[in-house]
Design a protein around this ligand. Structure first.
Ligand SMILES: Nc1nc2c(c(=O)[nH]1)N[C@H]1C(S)=C(S)[C@@H](COP(=O)(O)OP(=O)(O)OC[C@H]3O[C@@H](n4cnc5c(=O)[nH]c(N)nc54)[C@H](O)[C@@H]3O)O[C@H]1N2
Ligand SMILES: Nc1nc2c(c(=O)[nH]1)N[C@H]1C(S)=C(S)[C@@H](COP(=O)(O)OP(=O)(O)OC[C@H]3O[C@@H](n4cnc5c(=O)[nH]c(N)nc54)[C@H](O)[C@@H]3O)O[C@H]1N2
Ligand SMILES: [Mo]
Length: 764
């Protein structure tokens, strides 16, 4: 039996091989002290129930280019040449009839680790050489912050998020860390691009052992591990802004603010303070916030005093901004931190993205060089669309919308090409997406598995997984580089994304420009060499390709310099290192945002949303949170053992407070129907007193499995009920966490889950 071979995933490095029983053996790589159990699911990487073996075309499309039967009709398996000719013809036809902007190639999604084979990179290079495409901007992860944070501190939100103080600095200098939305260790299992070692999951417990008081404001107690010993202030979902504003109110009421900091480093605090004190008729007192959030006024006052009494750090999960007006908790947190005056000091300020991958535990050591990818070149089409407006884009061609202060128009889309993402997992209000999805003339999808997105395509190209190709992994938010080896031959007739796109490029007349004459192996080496020379330019010596390829994962940490942080430089010398905001300072008031006219010019509370304080809660009395899954990466490997073992009666677990369950006659293990006006899904009930009463919780990522006859999603995909509405006209980010539902017992005969069976195949 061949030796297991090293490969890398977004959730860690593994040695993968053939087991004695002929199945797939998976073993964590030895240098990972706390490997993620998600790795076990790699054993299902060649599951014939889900893998796509041959190119397939939807029957109606093959017959007469019908659009209406997407996701409902059988597929016809065809040969590679026929599928490629069909796709090349569709691309050519769209470009000739409507121009390149009618191609939507945003193709959002995590795809797989591996620098060269990264699916979006490959697709974007291909479409750029084809004359361009309409692209997406921002992410489902962090869109509201991506747009608001540059207005506040003049820095890219991800870049600034990675400049969090180190564990040692927090332990030494910080007295109190308050976490809005917690920092669940389940989410630190994964990191975009890979994670060489899970060595940071105990960092919160280290902090509390060092005497840092950790306060957790949020709806789920277990968003902070019990071992941390955090103090939980249960808070209604989406009510963070009232609490943050009331903290500012309490600081001002007791004159605890740092006036020198505010005068020297910020603009517009006075305007904001007027609002907080009640300039609009409503003083944002702790009592006011208590009524909205459920956090007692006395707790808010005590927390304000605590935060002001010594160095403090305000942490926010990404999830708090994945909601209506999600820009505001981030802005309000910066305003509070400014009032406290610790921004730019070790262990103080704002931590954006607590508990998200390795983002805030990088300990100042990130690769100061670019890790190579396939070059994409410029996109000749200037149009972009905020990523989570996809359904609206397809529904409303030619109609105006607002984004970040500008008036824009949705282009008309005739062809959608997706590779490396699963919009029928990640998008909200999937019933709406499904209707909008019938609009374009052609949908092409590269996938290795029969995901809902592949099932909703016209032309499906089967692609390889990382286990079937050579590559290397690396991430700008990790300090490991890992060679990835091919373990298996391609499944069925699957080809690499690169090979699929090279064959299409050949048909469209730019094959040589796409491949530059390199073989896949030559490309991977080339991408390594560009990485190596970029590293050498900043004094980091990487090994020659052959040595790297045959060696173990490479730990860069000893080679990386400790970096200093932009806000520390700004604090030390604000005139010499001004922020890239209009004022050069932290903008507690932004004239740019005020003049755009969509929002007030300072952080504010906007109640207009689905939450427990909304009249809609009379009909739909539970706030549904759909957070990240502990047992997989989004929808990836939902068919694997780690994910499947956690299901209840084959459905995704829905957690309810025991009181909410009892009121509905529900017990552990029951099937429940979760619904609102947008849709309904089935889930398996698990009760837990870790939830605030009135809150229901289900992880995202159960493969979408619609039952058209029952009008029901069978498997537990929350995105059939989440709202598809922008955070605000500013960021137009996704708002899944502003969602009300009702839950009832499901007593009928449960329909079988079909998500892990292949779609229906037919003849022409
Ligand atoms: N309700 C709700 N919805 C959410 C969220 C939430 O919190 N709540 N979270 C949002 C967030 S933060 C995110 S980032 C998104 C994630 O959304 P996605 O990134 O779209 O989710 P994934 O399941 O990772 O999808 C990746 C897809 O790429 C495919 N793939 C893997 N490797 C390859 C490859 O080499 N080639 C090709 N062609 N395909 C490949 C996988 O099979 C999978 O279908 O979801 C968002 N949706
Ligand atoms: N295992 C695993 N880890 C992952 C991922 C995965 O798929 N699997 N996905 C990764 C990705 S792409 C991303 S973007 C990050 C996302 O990281 P986050 O967005 O931080 O993760 P979530 O799990 O969605 O949310 C964390 C918690 O926020 C709480 N929350 C929700 N709404 C509110 C609110 O309004 N107020 C407060 N105070 N709390 C609220 C919820 O209780 C939830 O459990 O995670 C990454 N980590
Ligand atoms: Mo994300």
């Amino acid at each position: 039996m061949p030796e297991p071979r090293l490969t890398a995933t977004h959730w860690g490095n593994y040695l993968v091989g053939t087991a004695p029983d002929g199945g797939i053996s998976v073993r964590p790589n030895g240098s990972d002290p706390e490997p993620s159990p998600i790795g076990r699911s790699l054993a299902a990487a060649r599951d014939p129930g889900v893998r796509i073996a041959r190119p397939a075309v939807r029957r109606g499309y093959l017959r007469d280019r019908d659009r209406s039967g997407r996701g409902r009709e059988p597929f016809v398996e065809v040969g590679w040449d026929e599928a490629l000719d069909l796709a090349a013809g569709a691309l050519r036809g769209t470009i000739a009839a409507h121009g390149n902007r009618a191609i939507y190639g945003g193709s959002y999604g995590w795809a797989s680790a591996g620098r060269f084979h990264h699916a979006q990179g490959q697709l974007h290079r291909f479409l750029r050489l084809a004359g361009g495409y309409t692209d997406s901007v921002d992410t489902y992860s962090f869109a509201a912050a991506e747009v608001i944070v540059p207005h506040i501190i003049g820095l890219n939100a991800y870049y600034a998020g990675k400049q969090a103080p180190t564990t040692a600095e927090v332990a030494e200098h910080c007295r109190c860390l308050v976490l809005f939305g917690g920092a669940p260790s389940r989410n630190t299992q994964v990191n975009p691009g890979g994670i060489g070692a899970h060595d940071d999951r105990g960092h919160l417990a280290e902090l509390s052992a060092a005497g840092v008081e950790i306060v957790h404001v949020g709806p789920l107690r277990d968003d902070v591990d019990a071992a941390v010993g955090a103090r939980w202030l249960p808070c209604r979902p989406n009510a963070d802004v009232p609490v943050l504003l009331a903290l500012v109110h309490a600081v001002l009421a007791e004159n605890l603010q740092d006036d020198d900091f505010l005068a020297r480093y910020t603009v517009g605090f006075d305007e904001f303070a007027r609002y907080v004190r009640g300039g609009d008729g409503v003083p944002k007192t702790p009592e006011w916030a208590a009524g909205l959030s459920g956090v007692p006024a006395a707790e808010i006052r005590a927390l304000a005093r605590k935060l002001a009494s010594g160095r403090s750090l305000i942490g926010l999960s990404y999830a708090v901004q994945r909601a209506r007006y999600g820009e505001q908790p981030y802005w309000a947190a910066w305003a509070l931190a400014a009032a406290l005056g610790y921004i730019g000091l070790p262990g103080g300020g704002v931590q954006m993205g607590s508990g998200v991958g390795k983002g805030t535990t990088l300990q100042r050591r990130v690769p100061p060089f670019r890790i190579g990818t396939i070059p994409q070149g410029p996109n000749p089409v200037p149009d972009t669309v905020p990523v989570s407006r996809i359904a609206e884009l397809l529904e409303r061609p030619g109609e105006p919308y607002r984004y970040n202060g500008a008036e824009r128009v949705y282009p008309e889309i005739d062809l959608v090409y997706w590779a490396g993402g699963n919009p029928f997992h990640h998008h909200q209000d999937l019933n709406r997406l499904r209707r909008a999805w019938t609009r374009p003339g052609t949908v092409i999808v590269n996938e290795h598995s029969w995901t809902a997105t592949a099932r909703h395509a016209d032309i499906v190209f089967p692609v390889t997984t990382t286990l079937e190709r050579e590559d290397f992994a690396g991430s700008s938010s990790d300090h490991w580089l890992t060679p990835m080896h091919r373990v298996f031959e391609p499944y069925g007739e699957a080809r690499d994304d690169h090979a699929v796109l090279a064959a299409l490029a050949e048909r469209l007349g730019f094959g040589a420009a796409f491949t530059e004459g390199r073989s896949t192996a030559e490309w991977v080496e080339h991408v390594w060499e560009t990485t190596r020379s970029d590293a050498a330019a900043v004094g980091v010596e990487l090994p020659a390709y052959r040595d790297f390829r045959t060696g173990p994962p490479l730990d860069l940490r000893p080679l990386l310099p400790e970096r200093d942080h932009d806000l520390e430089r700004f604090r030390a010398a604000p005139e010499r290192h001004p922020l890239r905001t209009p004022s050069g300072r932290i903008e507690i008031y932004s004239h740019t945002i005020a003049e755009a006219g969509d929002l007030l010019g300072h952080p504010a509370w906007y109640p207009d949303r689905e939450w427990l304080g909304d009249p809609r809660a009379e009909r739909f009395p539970l706030h549904l949170l759909s957070n990240q899954p502990a047992t997989r990466l989004h929808s990836q490997h939902d068919n694997g053992a780690t994910s499947r073992d956690a299901k209840i009666a084959g459905r995704e677990p829905l957690r309810l407070h025991p009181a909410d369950a009892a009121e509905r006659g529900l017990r552990d293990g029951d099937l429940a129907r979760v619904f609102n006006d947008r849709g309904a899904f089935l889930a398996g009930v698990a009760t837990s007193d870790a939830l605030l009463p009135g809150v229901a919780q289900i992880a995202t990522g159960a493969w979408y499995d619609p039952d058209d006859e029952l009008g029901l999603e069978r498997h537990g995909n929350p995105n059939v009920v989440t709202p598809d509405i922008g955070t605000s006209p500013l960021a137009q980010g996704p708002s899944p966490n502003s969602c009300l539902v009702q839950v009832e017992r499901f007593d009928g005969t449960p329909p079988p889950v079909r998500a892990f069976e292949p779609p229906e195949f037919g003849s022409r």
